[in-house]
Design a protein around this ligand. Structure first.
Ligand code: SAH
Ligand code: SF4
Ligand code: F3S
Length: 451
């Protein structure tokens, strides 16, 4: 009798990557993945607690599980529910007490324990929470079920040492640990040999890679070594501006595989707020980095994260942020309203703006972000871009959807003689007819299919 599982993922790419490992482990046990909870015998939530909203949603969703009917014919007689990821790590046993329908809790440091915990829950009906304080290293030997055959996320560091005062991540992911360079290169080479076209190197701050192993940041060496595997497209996330070195910036000019796109979270444009956030750079330093990046790679697409309403943020501070965002001309800006996280230093700082003021700042910024995205995309209007095809557009199955080197979403009608299966994971050139705020649309250049 088949067993079906469903993994629901929240939060950052670290979690998405961990979810691929969870799926890989469950498939190795003979279970099959499904998208809907209704059709699943085992449901695993991979949770995020970086903001309060994600927290509230998780508790609500697990609590309402009791209303979802069991899958007809389920061999288990009940639905097994597991919570992992960052809320699992932070709350452990408390989750079992708060959520009677929950069977298993695991953390960010013991992903590999999940099959055993599930087996115990199925076998004896025992509920269990197992969370470790720190990781022993990388769980790189776990099987992985990647979302796309042609793209891979490759963690090079786990954890974070930066302790930005608003952020919970260092508490739920632990201290920064780098993975040995040989392991990274070996995994990248395996992917390339298996036909992977795009690799994204992952870490909370990839720029400090190697400090715990070799005593200095040497992320540039990782870029060189992974590019040498022959991968077509190389990306990385995330970069802390205080650790982005000239060597890494230079790679945007010298490594052909390194795509002209960089996510460089600024968080704020006011030095007072940056200092209160413990970001350890100034707005001027950040502007200097952007200048250098554009000198090396004039068409680089920049994206960023911004927090609005950090404790103590004044209207003047906000305007400094607004002007910085306006001036840089980002392709994409992820805007967040500050959300208090218990246990972080900022949680004890008094707020000095009202909810309405913060909401108003947020809305002004959102408008700017849309204008800026639209403007940035105009550089591609009328141009031809190389697109790595991912699938069909969600809104229209007659359109292919893929990514440009700058990571823009591109839509184009499927060429008549091609099925999407023939195109997926390969490259086509698209002549862009129209550049919109969130995507480019165009037509596939005849005979351009390659890779
Ligand atoms: N390590 C990455 C991102 C971590 S979390 C980095 O440093 O860039 C992703 C984003 O969530 C952060 O960049 C920040 O903008 C936002 N964020 C983190 N904690 C937050 C909080 N308490 N309230 C609001 N936004 C937050
Ligand atoms: Fe959080 Fe700062 Fe670390 Fe990013 S660098 S994960 S924002 S503490
Ligand atoms: Fe969220 Fe954990 Fe990532 S808190 S942002 S899923 S490291």
């Amino acid at each position: 009798m088949g067993l079906f599982f469903c993994v629901k993922t929240f939060g950052c790419q670290m979690n998405k990557h961990d979810s691929e490992r969870v799926a890989g482990m469950l498939e190795a046990l003979g279970a099959l993945p499904v998208n809907d909870i209704e059709a699943a015998d085992v449901v695993v939530y991979m949770t995020c607690c970086v903001r309060e909203a994600a927290d509230t949603r998780l508790y609500g969703q697990v609590a309402s599980m009791k209303n979802i009917p069991l899958r007809p014919g389920t061999p288990l007689g009940k639905r097994i529910v597991a919570v992992g990821g960052c809320i699992g790590q932070r709350d452990g046993e408390k989750l079992l007490a708060a959520l009677p329908h929950l069977d298993v809790v695991f953390g960010t440091h013991n992903l590999g324990a999940l099959p055993r915990l599930l087996r115990e829950a199925v076998g004896s009906g025992e509920r269990a929470a197992e969370v470790l304080d720190a990781s022993s290293g990388f769980s790189s030997d776990l099987p992985t079920d990647r979302e796309h055959a042609w793209a891979a996320w490759l963690p090079i560091t786990i954890g974070c040492n930066n302790f930005c005062t608003y952020c919970i991540v260092p508490y739920v992911r632990g201290r920064e640990k780098s993975r040995p360079l040989e392991d990274i290169v070996a995994e990248a080479q395996r992917y390339v040999d298996a036909g992977v076209k795009e690799i994204t190197l992952l870490g909370q701050n990839v720029n400090s890679y190697g400090r715990d192993l070799y005593g200095q940041p040497r992320f540039a060496a990782v870029l060189d070594a992974v590019a040498a595997t022959g991968v077509k497209r190389l990306r990385f996330a995330t970069s802390h501006p205080k650790d982005l070195t000239d060597e890494v910036i230079d790679r945007f000019g010298s490594l052909e595989a390194l795509m002209p796109a960089l996510h460089l979270p600024v968080q704020a444009g006011s030095d007072a707020v940056l200092a209160a956030m413990n970001r350890r750079y100034t707005a001027a330093h950040y502007r200097g980095l952007v200048e250098k990046l554009r000198r090396v790679c004039p068409n680089i697409a920049l994206s960023t994260d911004v927090i609005v309403g950090f404790p103590g943020e004044t209207e003047k501070d906000f305007l400094d942020t607004y002007r910085l965002i306006e001036e840089i001309g980002y392709h994409q800006v992820f805007t967040f309203i500050y959300s208090k996280r218990e246990g972080t230093p900022a949680a004890s700082l008094p707020a000095n703006a009202t909810r309405e003021e913060i909401q108003d700042r947020f809305e002004r910024l959102e408008k700017l972000v849309q204008d800026s995205a639209w403007k940035a995309n105009q550089a591609e209007a009328g141009a031809t871009v190389e697109v790595l095809v991912e699938g069909v557009s969600k809104r229209d199955p007659r359109l292919l959807s893929g990514k440009s080197p700058k990571n823009q979403t591109v839509h184009a009608p499927l060429p008549e003689d091609c099925s999407i299966e023939q195109l997926q994971g390969r490259f086509v050139d698209v002549k862009v007819d129209e550049a919109r705020t969130w995507y480019l649309s165009g037509t596939v250049v005849d005979g351009s299919l390659h890779g």
